[in-house]
Design a protein. Structure first.
Length: 307
């Protein structure tokens, strides 16, 4: 989520002049990942570093290949942005074995010197509690759960289950829905359309997702079926989601903004400190505060952040 947060300034840290940093992003297909990718590259260059930037178009095998290719170029550090733990971990072990410091964004691994991420436990519990309270603590919900190997999605889903223990009258409709990276909106629209044909009015109260893209498709399906009584709850503050939340007639109720530039700045700072001999100042995890957005504050948030 870019915008006014682009005014976030780098702290006084050692320069990266003479250093080469490799970036391996899983994708730049949606606003959040694209913003982090672009801002991180810019901030490393601002510190005087050279960047070798790659992105895998959401293909796990390409993501692995990009990391392995970066190893052969012997950069001073590698930054991985998002990824699937099962497929990517062996490649990250190779980074460690090569003696190249690894940094991550939204990806938890023991090989990382530092992971910069939004506080996904806070995001997940707030998202779940908002949904639960909005539907009065009673009802049935559809949940997209296609990425258990992606750390933020895993945490947000586990937070949903944790919160729902205190709302025993809310049930997740089985089977859960499987979202996907490519063709997300159209695929989600089709899945929700199929669900609406078999689930009569009054039998679904909300739809949950760990990110916004499936819910944009879900909103299209709800609009076509005239089922705006079903609330939508997601994360990432995608522009399309914000447009829907701002529409009083839309079922989209809630999303969470992640300040992409603040995330990128913190990562660049930690890389500079680590490579500049200030390893003791680099924590294992750096958390960035999220921004909660609903129909009441969406106009103000967009005005404040320029999004």
């Amino acid at each position: 989520m870019a915008g006014a947060a682009s005014e976030v300034e780098l702290a006084e840290v050692p320069p990266l002049e003479g250093k080469t940093i490799g970036i391996a992003a899983k994708d730049i297909l949606h606003d959040y990942s694209r913003g982090v990718y672009q801002e991180l590259e810019a901030r490393i260059k601002e510190l005087g570093g050279k960047v070798i930037a790659t992105q895998a178009e959401a293909k796990d095998d390409k993501h692995v290949a990009n990391v392995e290719n970066l190893i052969t170029q012997k950069p001073d550090a590698i930054v991985v942005i998002l990824g699937d733990a099962q497929t990517l971990t062996p490649a990250l072990a190779k980074v460690d074995a090569a003696g190249i410091p690894l940094f991550t964004i939204d990806f938890q691994t023991p090989y990382s010197k530092n992971n910069v991420t939004s506080d996904n436990w806070n995001i997940g519990t707030h998202l779940a509690r908002t949904l639960a309270e909005d539907i009065g603590g009673n009802g049935e919900i559809l949940a997209f759960n296609g990425f258990p190997g992606v750390t933020p999605c895993r945490i947000r889903y586990e937070s949903l289950l944790l919160v729902l223990k205190d709302y025993p009258e809310i049930k997740i409709i089985e089977p859960e829905l499987q979202d996907k990276y490519e063709g997300t909106i159209e695929d989600a629209k089709n899945q929700i359309s199929d669900q609406l044909r078999r689930l009569p009015e009054g039998s679904v109260d909300a739809i949950w997702s760990c990110w916004d893209m499936p819910l944009i498709g879900a909103a299209q399906a709800l609009d076509t079926a005239n089922r705006e009584e079903i609330g939508l709850y997601g994360v990432d503050a995608e522009p399309g989601a914000l447009d829907l939340i701002a529409d009083p007639n839309s079922a989209y109720q809630f999303t969470v903004g992640q300040p992409t530039d603040a995330i990128a700045v913190r990562s660049a700072e930690n890389i500079a400190r680590f490579l500049g001999g200030e390893e003791d100042k680099v924590r294992k995890t750096t958390y960035v505060d999220p921004i909660f957005i609903d129909k009441e504050n969406v106009a103000k948030v967009r005005a404040d952040l320029g999004i």
